[in-house]
Design a protein around this ligand. Structure first.
Ligand code: HEM
Length: 259
């Protein structure tokens, strides 16, 4: 009589199905859809949406740095942006890109976990040429923190108090986002929260940009290493640039506004 263990080893040792029995590729699913569901297609999608979000962050930082030039300049800039008729389609597009990025990253993470349910015993921190780093092994966690940050950030700013200030030729006045920034970053808890989140954003970009270029096939022997180095510098500049705003408001701008 066969023992249970023999049955198991039998099935383990069973020869792989001959090639003729493997299910052939059928075109019942649209080719583009099936491509973006493969692991390569998923990585391409995560990389492409990630780079688009990265582009948004650069523009967002450049706009926000205008706060250093004072309330008139900053409020005029944000008024132009808010009143632009293209803002709604751009916001919808940005939201869609953000959702696809999150959905694909999370399903990819779960699929990788399922494929290797038992984690390797030893986590080796390898140097070059592997890109394993603290940033690369914590992408899912930094991503979740960024998602929570963005939700809180939208409540604080986009859907925050609608202060209005008289300015220029605008009869109805313009939204006083300068005042809102002074108010939000006048609270040390918000300053610490933003500083922490910007470190997380920097970490996510540090690995994310390199990984995105990799997924999109950047492999020029001379230019790709340079591109990846530049991307890391840009990741650090973005994080530090955003971080400078709450600190500047808390330590310098508020004093000017109060006196
Ligand atoms: C100190 C850092 C930051 C400051 C001072 C800041 C400031 C602002 C302000 C004032 C708005 C409102 C604009 C409006 O109502 O149209 C806004 C919107 C927004 N911010 Fe930030 N931001 C910062 C960092 C970030 C970061 C790191 C992200 C993403 C990871 C981000 C994502 C967004 C998004 C998605 C919106 C909504 C855009 C829209 O729907 O038009 N922000 N931010």
């Amino acid at each position: 009589m066969a023992t249970p263990s023999r049955t198991v080893s039998k099935s383990v040792l069973a020869p792989p199905a001959p090639p003729t029995q493997r299910r052939p590729y059928t075109s019942s699913v649209a080719p583009t859809r099936s491509y973006f569901n493969t692991s390569i297609g998923t990585k391409v999608l995560i990389g492409a949406t990630g780079l688009l979000l990265f582009g948004y962050l650069i523009l967002h930082l450049l706009g926000n740095l205008l706060v250093f030039l004072g309330p008139e300049t900053f409020n005029s800039y944000s008024h132009l942006l808010i009143k632009n008729p293209l803002i709604v389609p751009v916001e919808i597009g940005l939201g869609a890109i953000f959702l696809v990025h999150i959905y694909k990253a999370v399903t990819n993470f779960i699929a990788n976990r399922r494929a290797r349910p038992v984690r390797y015993h030893r986590t080796a921190w390898t140097g070059r040429p592997s890109r394993k780093s603290l940033a690369s092994s914590t992408m899912i966690f930094s991503g979740i923190i960024i998602l929570v940050f963005v939700l809180i950030h939208l409540v604080q700013f986009k859907y925050g108090p609608e202060y209005v200030v008289a300015q220029g030729s605008s009869e109805a006045g313009v939204r006083d986002l300068y005042r809102l920034e002074l108010e939000v970053f006048g609270n040390i808890l918000n300053v610490v929260f933003y500083a922490f989140c910007m470190l997380v954003v920097g970490s996510h970009l540090w690995h994310g940009i390199a990984s995105a270029f990799d997924s999109l096939g950047a492999d020029h022997p001379r230019f790709t290493p340079l591109l990846l180095r530049v991307a890391k510098v840009v990741a650090a500049v973005i994080a530090l640039g955003f971080m400078a705003i709450p600190f500047w408001v808390f330590f310098f701008a508020r004093q000017g506004a109060v006196s």
